[in-house]
Ligand binder design. Sequence first.
Ligand SMILES: [Zn+2]
Length: 71
Amino acid sequence: MECFYCKGNMKKGTTTYVVNRKGYHLVLDQVPAYVCGQCGEASFEADGVEMIQDIVRDLDMKSEKLVMHAY
Ligand SMILES: [Zn+2]
């Protein structure tokens, strides 16, 4: 797999995925991804992205409830 940015060699590994939303910030360590050995750019796998979106959907719903409780 070739890096989209620098055409470097991408290797399977893990990286940190940061989600910045209104009301919360989520940092997921060790998300499976292809990481460029040259520039460090990460490309996430479809499976991983789907799981993250699932977590974020859940958190969105629950954090909204929590914020509403505060008022
Ligand atoms: Zn690269």
